[in-house]
Design a protein around this ligand. Structure first.
Ligand SMILES: [Zn+2]
Length: 442
């Protein structure tokens, strides 16, 4: 090949690459690897997210230079050097410090800060790599010689990592904006509580708080950004204060009361009992699950003096108009188990099981992988139980605690042309949108 041909070939390759890039960006789609810098300005309000609790084989890599500082707010420099980790380096607790690959940092914690704002990749298995903007603090847990990894991220970029995991990123934009305001309010409230208690983190990254996975990995990142950006700084207040707000997948026709489900103090939440005609299209509006009688008996045994071997009946009482129960009574071969909180019966007594089967397409199926909703033995407190042979069959309506925003209801309202302000006012009556959360941060 002549030199001129070579130059022409290189030019052609560059032109092709430029075109390929244009195709994606012209459609407004950004692939995960294109997120090398935060696209939303970092908020001054930082969220501390526990992304790896008690990690034993956590690996990180950061191919942009980072520096290491003390974990406290003084941020003393622990080394003059900048580092780059191009291959996953394991983080391990040692007798006197924390090792990252072969580097040893003495002490119980340190802060890792990328110098150019690039993301850091953190993973425990090759299949589960996640990329995070912001900083990391690595803590050594002396008792079990594990490490905690906490991501310090600006509030708005935290929301980018939450939105597509709390609802589907291809939902109508007004539904995404609704969720953005709800999630922002929720995390700011939790941040306030965590800091009062002196905790090392504000929120966890799983369903115990809000599901956070760092930089979105799907093709809808741009829509998530748009929803976060359009509502930037906005939170809900009740009596001029942010409050602990709740949201759940599918209320089943009427929202629940925080006082009834979580024993919340009266007056610090918006009211429940809102008739929701919008979530009937949700795929979990009606569900049917079954599990072996013996497994439920084993779980009830934890609350019985003698081992329970057989469940005779499960009944509910104190139902609201769509069937959310207040209390549950279980009759079994050794007596009776009663609980005056149906939500605790669902989450703490029954909980999840890999043996749960759900009815779909004319047959019983087992939940696989991350399909948590079908691992739940019951998906809401609106249920009926029937003993069928060796199984207990549960039929019910809705998924989740049903307090506050109904996410599938919000989706339908948005499809019907309602904006996020109207949706929030519907599910959180009496609340007001405050446009600058800095007024609420202590
Ligand atoms: Zn609903």
């Amino acid at each position: 090949m002549k030199p001129n041909d070579k130059i022409r070939l290189i030019c052609a390759i560059i032109a092709c690459m430029a075109l390929a890039g244009c195709t994606n960006s012209c459609r407004g789609i950004r692939t995960p690897d294109e997120y090398t810098k935060p696209t939303i300005p970092e908020s001054q309000v930082k969220i501390r997210v526990m992304i790896v609790p008690h990690g034993r084989h956590t690996r990180i890599f950061c191919d942009a230079p980072f520096k290491v500082y003390s974990a406290d707010e003084q941020r003393r420099s622990l080394s003059e050097d900048s580092y780059v980790i191009r291959k996953g380096a394991e983080i391990t607790a040692t007798m006197d410090g924390i090792k990252v690959g072969t580097l040893l940092f003495k002490g119980n914690a340190f802060r890792l800060v990328p110098q150019t704002g690039n993301p850091i990749t953190v993973y425990e298995s090759e299949r589960d790599r996640k990329r995070y903007f912001g900083e990391l603090i690595i803590y050594r847990n002396e008792i079990d010689m594990t490490v905690d990894v906490v991501n310090i991220v600006g509030l708005e970029n935290y929301l980018i990592g939450v939105l597509g995991r709390e609802v589907a990123a291809n939902w109508p934009i007004e539904a995404l904006k609704t969720q953005a305001v709800a999630s922002r309010t929720r995390v700011l409230f939790q941040r306030q509580e965590a800091r009062k208690l002196g905790d090392r983190f504000d929120v966890r990254a799983d369903t115990k708080d809000q599901v956070y996975g760092g930089i979105p990995s799907g093709p809808y990142g741009e829509r998530i950004e748009r929803a976060v950006r359009a509502t930037a700084g906005q939170v809900l207040t009740l009596n001029e204060r942010i409050f602990k707000i709740y949201f759940a997948s599918t209320c089943g026709g009427m929202t629940e009361y925080a006082e009834r489900v979580f024993q919340a103090k009266p007056g610090v939440h918006t009211r429940g009992g809102i008739t929701c005609p919008y979530c009937a299209d949700s795929p979990v509006y009606r569900w049917k699950h079954r599990i072996g009688n013996a497994e439920v008996a084993r779980r009830i045994s934890m609350f019985s003096d003698a081992p329970v071997t057989k469940i005779i009946s499960i009944t509910t009482a104190g139902k609201d108009p769509v069937g959310h129960a207040a209390s549950v009574t279980v009759k079994h071969d050794k007596g009776t188990f009663e609980i005056d909180n149906a939500y605790k019966f669902r989450t703490n007594v029954l909980g999840k099981s890999i043996s749960t089967e759900y009815w779909r397409d004319g047959r019983w199926q087992k939940a696989a992988g991350n399909d948590n909703k079908h691992k739940e033995i019951i998906m809401s407190t609106s249920f009926e139980a029937r003993i069928v042979g060796d199984y207990i069959e549960f039929t019910g309506i809705g998924w989740g605690h049903a307090v506050g925003l109904c996410q599938f209801g919000a989706k339908k309202m948005a499809e019907d042309g309602r904006d996020y302000r109207a949706i929030l006012a519907f599910y959180y009556p009496g609340s007001i949108i405050e446009t600058n959360y800095n007024n609420q941060v202590e």
